[in-house]
Ligand binder design. Structure first.
Ligand code: C2E
Ligand code: MG
Ligand code: MG
Length: 693
């Protein structure tokens, strides 16, 4: 028998090549796992080539390391075939570990196929020696080499599958695994070699025609190292690129998320805003239509939020809103949505098992809102009015549902606040009417549908007229004569009150000029201002313009502002009032007693007149409190040097009482209703004649 020996250097090199090939293979499985589409196949093909060349060259260098006392060469076609087998089995292995799952059975089958591949490569490579007579294999060692090939393949596949995702320490883990895999491959090779017995006198049949000679080992080594390094380098560069892209994609998606958050949420409370709410309603409607079931939409408006905001400032108001949002959200389940869609308006979308469940949710939310809120050391008391619509039933679109819930909420407010109302079709009519009215209001000025009615004011003691209050009326083409409570709020909401208010000022001054010329120079004409006009920068100019146009002394015009308006932003009010007062215009605080006046401000306001709210006058006879309040207001006004006017005088008793208390002038149905200018004058003339006769 021929005794073989190994070149230790080449044997060591074969081990290094095996480890490098294993590391490259593991690294490439990572690439394949994260690549998509065509890129994954390219990586797989490249990987199969690199890994196949690596394993094969380990084997071939191992063969070159083997020395027999006779000359050896390798048959070209068989050697190429062994390389092809190595590449194909590597490709199969890479494909297998790039599958989403690797169950035990698949792993076992894969290990068998791959083990068979490696063994086939090895023994095909041995066959390339074309030994004559043939190599005699020791059955036990041969079997052991096959077993090692399958076992090593199983371990390699399992490790590659586990390590394909980029986890922390993956490089270190891969290096360790590569060493184990390299040792297994080399172990298989040398076991296989140990199984081979070459009988005495054999000779190598590949000599002459086959590959042989010096330098073959170097050529194979350099080529395979080049292939492996290129594969590894490409893989490393690509991984770095991918990591960079991932970081970029990450920050992009984060920026996107922030944008979405901003666009779809309310910044104060972090709750969904109107846009997101509309989307959630649409989704809920689809779900209800497709799967059945129902949901409720609850429109929540806070009662008494504005006074808190006015009295304590926006900062407190904001904090209160945050607390409200927290409390409303307390009971909600994940499938429900709470949105803030306006200043103190919230909308709640609740999925219901039964339509009747809406009632329980609504009453719970209403009662939660009526408990005090502790904000910055203050106990604040507010409440909520809640309008409910149900789907299916109360609307077809998100807008319609919201509009109807809003209408129901207004109904709850009208019914005394701090409660809830279910939507009813009649409420909708109301909302539509409002919409129609708004369209008409836009044209009312142009079409000259506004009129001024005049209500006389009388000197309390002498009973002589001292002027009139101009009260706005709208002659609506279909609705007839409309009182201010039907349209002033609408005009204020839309800003139309500014041009309308200018018209009133001008018209009242025009009328006053006529009376002035008729000899009533001592009269004053009173014009009501809304809060919005009062905040508007053009007010002082408008007033000056109207007086100048009709050549009236500023003193013949009284501007009435309500107590609430005057106290709303007291410092700003003070500045505007001071300018008007400097012009010589007479100023009156209307509806006095209904707001929250601070005596400090009241003292500093350059007002000339206080009008006691008709609410106090009405109950004067029955309510001793009101009598006490009126006498207090009169005393206060007198102390501040203001004229006191009582409005809403309807009975003789009220007239006597108010006169006795010391009111300067009186106004009310008892003395005269608001009337158009001609009829107003007719009444005045009649009074004059009565007095004369
Ligand atoms: P106000 O300024 O307090 O006007 C007095 C209101 O009391 C008038 O109602 C008048 O008709 C009513 N009134 C007068 N005497 C009596 C009485 O004896 N008993 C009762 N129950 N009521 C009486 P009107 O005309 O409906 O005006 C309501 C409110 O609309 C006014 O309250 C005022 O705040 C506002 N308003 C009226 N005209 C204008 C205007 O041109 N511009 C603005 N911004 N507001 C206006
Ligand atoms: Mg008034
Ligand atoms: Mg009034």
């Amino acid at each position: 028998m021929l005794i073989g020996s190994y070149s230790p250097v080449l044997a060591f090199i074969s081990l290094c090549v095996a480890i490098l090939a294993s590391y490259t293979a593991l690294d490439l499985t990572g690439r394949i796992a994260t690549a998509r589409g065509r890129a994954a196949y390219l990586w797989m093909a490249g990987g199969a080539l690199a890994m196949g060349v690596g394993i094969w060259s380990m084997h071939f260098i191992g063969m070159l390391a083997f020395k027999l006392p006779i000359a050896l060469a390798f048959d070209g076609p068989l050697t190429l075939l062994s390389l092809l087998i190595a590449i194909l089995s590597s490709g199969f292995a890479l494909w297998l570990v790039s599958q989403p799952r690797l169950p035990a059975l698949q792993l076992a089958l894969g290990a068998l196929v791959m083990g068979a591949g490696i063994s086939a490569m090895h023994y095909c490579g041995m066959a390339a020696l074309k030994m004559q007579p043939g190599i005699d294999y020791d059955p036990t060692l041969f079997g052991a080499s096959l077993a090692i090939a399958v076992g090593a393949s199983a371990a390699a596949l399992w490790i590659a599958f586990r390590l394909r995702r980029n986890t922390p320490y993956v490089r270190l883990a891969r290096s360790g695994a590569a060493v184990i895999m390299g040792l297994a491959i080399v172990g298989m090779h040398y076991t296989g070699m140990a199984a081979a017995n070459f009988s005495q006198g054999s000779f190598c049949g590949a000599l002459g025609s086959g590959l042989s000679g010096k330098g073959l080992d170097n050529l194979v080594l350099v080529t395979s190292l080049a292939v492996l390094s290129i594969a590894l380098l490409t893989s490393l560069l690509d991984a770095r690129l991918e990591a960079r892209t991932a970081v970029l994609a990450d920050s992009l998606s984060q920026a996107n998320q922030e944008l979405v958050q901003l666009a779809l949420h309310d910044t104060l409370t972090g709750l969904p805003n109107r846009v997101l709410l509309a989307d959630r309603i649409d989704q809920a409607m689809h779900k209800a239509t497709a799967e059945g079931g129902c949901f409720a939409l609850m429109f929540i408006d806070l009662d008494g939020f504005k006074p808190v905001n006015d009295a304590f400032g926006h900062h407190m108001g904001d904090q209160l809103l945050r607390e409200v949002a927290l409390r409303l959200r307390e009971d909600l389940r994940s499938q429900d949505t709470l949105a803030r869609i306006g200043g103190d308006e919230f909308v709640l979308l609740v999925q219901l098992a039964e339509p009747d469940d809406a009632l329980q949710v609504a009453s719970r939310q209403v009662s939660l809102m009526s408990l005090p809120f502790r904000v910055a050391g203050h106990d604040l008391l507010i409440s909520a009015s809640l309008g409910i619509v149900l789907y299916p039933g109360n609307g077809q679109t998100a807008e319609e549902l919201l509009m109807n819930a809003d209408a129901a909420m207004y109904h709850a407010k009208g019914a005394g606040k701090n409660g809830h109302s279910f939507f009813d079709a009649s409420m909708n009519n109301n909302a539509l009417k409002q919409l129609q009215l708004l369209q008409d209001l836009r044209q009312a000025l142009e079409q000259q549908q506004f009129r001024l009615y005049y209500q006389p004011k009388f000197d309390a003691l002498k009973g002589t007229p001292v002027g009139a209050e101009a009260l706005l009326r709208w002659e609506h083409p279909e609705e007839g004569l409309l009182l201010p409570d039907k349209f002033i709020t609408l005009a204020e909401k839309t800003g139309l009150i500014i041009p309308i208010g200018d018209w009133v000022l001008n018209e009242a001054c025009r009328q006053m000029r006529l009376w002035y010329e008729q000899g009533y120079q001592h009269w004053r004409i009173a014009v009501n201002l809304s809060a919005l006009q009062f905040c508007h920068a053009g007010l002082v100019d408008s007033v000056a313009g109207a007086l100048e146009r009709h050549q009236l002394p500023a003193n013949s015009l009284t501007l009435e502002i309500t107590e609430t308006t005057a106290m709303n932003d007291a410092d700003a009010s003070m500045a505007v009032l001071q300018q008007l007062s400097d012009m010589g215009v007479d100023l009156s605080i209307d509806d006095f007693g209904t707001g929250y006046s601070s005596l400090m401000y009241l003292k500093r306001l350059p007002a000339n007149e206080l009008k006691i709210d008709r609410g106090f006058v009405r109950d004067l006879e029955h309510d001793s409190d009101d009598a006490a309040i009126v006498s207090a207001i009169v005393a206060l006004g007198q102390a501040l040097g203001l004229r006191i006017v009582a409005e809403g005088v309807e009975t003789d008793m009220q007239q006597n009482f108010l006169t006795r208390l010391g009111c300067d002038s009186l106004q009310g149905y008892l003395l005269g209703h608001p009337l158009p200018a001609e009829r107003f004058m007719a009444d005045i003339d009649r009074l004059k004649q009565q007095a004369a006769s």
